[in-house]
Structures are given as structure tokens and as C-alpha cells.
Design a protein around this ligand. Structure first.
Ligand SMILES: *Cc1c(COP(=O)(O)O)cnc(C)c1O
Length: 219
């Protein structure tokens, strides 16, 4: 199928208010343009310096999502323009994004990444680290970032029951935080979970944002 057919097919599975982030990290600019011409505006990338170069060759109304692990010293490459940072895994990173965002006179929406997979290779915080970050009184000093939700990656496995329980864990924390009294720059609106092989399970568990690459561009 073509890119636009893939997009249409995935989009048809999404409920009201669920965003499809087309993950373009393995794609050419021509392929991104094809998705853009089909009406898509949300694209996800995971290499800060590459993205800084890439975005200038593509339409400037694209909403760029940073979906991967962001090293602190790379934040400066994307803070001018990034739409949403999906995978914040430490207070230090949030502080650096805030510092760079201030220089650009922006407030950058960020998601906190929870480590839900069985694999150690995946990044993210556990439940208590996320709660501690949100409870940190220094968080309210970061006026140029806004925590708008959570993100997670499930284990790469065919065991859908396992994936299901990992997404459930993330959804439970999301709901728990949503019900809590939160600082002014924290608001639980977005739950980013689901990739090509598991977005259907993520949707069943209340995902509001799926990040799909292979199933859009390479199938
Ligand atoms: C690459 C990537 C995706 C998309 O993966 P696909 O399997 O190609 O859909 C989603 N989220 C993150 C964090 C990624 O790095």
C-alpha cells in the first residue's frame, strides 16, 4: 500500500481526539512530503541534529515531535521549533529544555517517560521517580516547560498479554496523576503509547497519541 493509504488505514482505527504521529526517522524527505500532501502534519524524529537540518527542507507548518531519548547537550538543537518532547526521563533534562526554551522565548510541552518494558535498554522513570519529579518544588520554577502527560514503550514481544499489562500500568499512573492536585505547569492531557506492532493494544488502553513509523512508511 502507499503511504497515504497506510495513513488512512491507521487513522480510521483512531477514536476522536487521538493523534497519529507519523514517525519519519527512517524515511526520506520525499516520503515525508508525500504524507504531508495527504494532509498529515504531525511527524516524529529521534535525532536532534538531523532534525534541525531536515526541518528546513520541509514545510514549516509541520508539527515536529521529538520521540526518542534526548541527551541534555542536544536539547539546544530542537528547542526553537519542537512541538512536543515525548520522552523526558529526568529533572535535569527538563531543566535544560527549560533553559533553552527560555532563550527562544517559548514554553515547550513535554511528556514524562515511564519505563514499562522488561528491557533495560529502554529509558524512562519508574512510578515513584515520576511522582517525585512532579512533587519537586523546583518544578514550578521551570516556567518555559509544561508537563502535559506521559509516554511509554512496551516490551518488543509477540506476547500481547504482556504488552497489554505494561500499557495498563502506564494508563493507571496517568489516571492517578490526573486525579491528583498538580503544580501549575503540569497537566495530564496526553498519553503517548503505541507503535507499529502494538498501537491497537495501546488504543484499547486509552492511548491519546500513537507513534507509528514502519506501518506508515515501510509497508
Ligand atoms: C522508532 C520509534 C517509534 C516507531 O516505531 P515503529 O515500530 O517503526 O512504528 C515509536 N516510538 C519511538 C520512541 C521510536 O523510537
Amino acid at each position: 500500500m502507499s503511504i497515504s493509504e497506510n495513513l488512512k488505514h491507521i487513522k480510521s482505527q483512531l477514536g476522536e481526539g487521538v493523534t497519529l504521529v507519523a514517525v519519519s526517522k527512517y524515511s526520506t524527505n520525499e516520503e515525508i512530503q508525500e504524507a504531508y500532501d495527504a494532509g498529515y502534519r504531525d511527524f516524529g524524529e529521534n535525532k536532534a541534529q538531523d532534525l534541525e537540518v531536515k526541518k528546513d527542507k520541509l514545510p514549516n507548518d509541520i508539527r515536529w515531535h521529538f520521540i526518542g531519548h534526548l541527551q541534555r547537550n542536544k536539547a539546544k538543537y530542537i528547542t526553537d521549533f519542537i512541538h512536543l518532547v515525548h520522552a523526558v526521563d529526568s529533572f535535569k533534562l527538563l531543566r535544560e529544555i527549560n533553559k533553552q526554551a527560555k532563550k527562544s522565548n517559548r514554553t515547550i510541552p513535554c511528556l514524562l517517560q515511564m519505563h514499562i518494558a522488561a528491557e533495560d535498554t529502554k529509558f524512562g522513570m519508574d512510578e515513584s521517580e515520576i511522582e517525585n519529579l512532579i512533587a519537586d518544588p523546583k518544578l514550578t520554577e521551570l516556567q518555559n516547560v509544561k508537563v502535559v502527560g506521559l509516554m511509554g514503550m512496551a516490551t518488543n514481544t509477540d506476547d500481547s498479554a504482556k504488552v497489554n499489562s505494561e500499557f495498563k500500568q502506564l494508563k493507571n499512573l496517568f489516571e492517578k496523576l490526573k486525579a491528583a492536585t498538580l503544580p501549575g505547569n503540569v497537566n495530564m492531557e496526553k498519553l503517548s503509547m503505541g507503535m507499529s506492532q502494538d498501537y491497537e493494544i495501546a488504543l484499547e488502553n486509552g492511548s491519546t497519541m500513537v507513534r507509528v513509523g514502519t506501518a506508515v512508511f515501510k509497508s
